[in-house]
Design a protein around this ligand. Structure first.
Ligand SMILES: O=C(CO)COP(=O)(O)O
Length: 247
């Protein structure tokens, strides 16, 4: 399996930030892992233009479940594809929290993304209260069952486990806690999709930095990372890419 280093720029970056992409490509023209950046929608086309013919893939951060229509402010999977995207992040906890997205909505979006030809990067993760209550596996199991489409394959689906309390906080679960959740998710995916699920990428996300990347990438069933803050700087994201490439 080719591992995946993915960056989520969230609501950060104007055209000036594209110099970071040039620096990343200059330093890591052909890494031994996949490299994906998901900028805000205003930069999708320009980043895709820069990435054309390189090892970098470009993704969206959300899409609507419908291909077109009266949905002011929304973007469809077809539009992301048209702008040069190959992937789309769906069901990020910030969208689940800020926009009240449910598993059913994330499922519909993931179906739309796959139908359009995009890889769906479906995000799961427990809140701190849920972890403290011992509900982590129940929560991520329910999210997995509810937001991952039938017929998903290693070529159409990536899962990102992102504990909500680890996002942007500098805190991470222990390596054993990450291992427990990833092992659980692999088991659920195999139960549902059979042996091909061994090839589905399971990313860890939440305060991944150059300093902790080696340790996290050594955890079984961690097939890459979904990186927020550290993906904004070429030096940091490049270091994470390099750590994954040698893991
Ligand atoms: O939410 C994340 C990626 O989608 C993680 O963000 P941070 O890496 O900034 O914690």
């Amino acid at each position: 399996m080719r591992k995946l280093a993915a960056g989520n720029w969230k609501m950060n970056g104007t055209a000036a930030a594209l110099t970071e992409v040039q620096a990343l490509l200059g330093a890591h023209p052909a890494p031994a892992c996949e490299m994906l950046l998901c900028p805000p929608a205003t930069l999708t086309a320009r980043m895709a233009e820069l990435a054309r013919g390189t090892a970098l893939r470009v993704g969206g951060q959300d899409c609507h479940a419908k291909p077109s229509g009266a949905h002011t402010g929304d973007i469809s999977a077809e539009m992301l594809l048209d702008a040069g995207a190959t992937h789309v992040i769906l069901g990020h906890s910030e969208r689940r929290a800020d926009h009240g997205e449910t598993d059913a909505e994330v499922l519909a979006k993931a179906e739309a993304a796959m139908a359009a030809g995009l890889v769906a990067v479906v995000c799961l993760g427990e809140t701190e209260a849920e972890r403290d209550a011992g509900q982590t596996l129940d929560v991520v199991g329910r999210q997995l069952a509810g937001s991952v489409p039938e017929g998903s394959t290693p070529a159409t689906l990536v899962i990102a486990y992102e504990p909500v309390w680890a996002i942007g906080t500098g805190r991470t679960p222990t390596l054993e806690e990450i291992a427990e959740v990833h092992r659980f998710l692999r088991g659920r995916l195999i139960a549902r999709f059979g042996q091909p699920a061994n090839e589905m990428r399971l990313l860890y996300g939440g305060s991944v930095k150059p300093a902790n990347a080696d340790d996290i990438f050594a955890v079984p069933h961690v097939d890459g990372a979904l990186v927020g803050g550290a993906s904004l700087k070429a030096a940091d994201f490049g270091a994470i890419v390099a750590a994954l490439a040698k893991a």
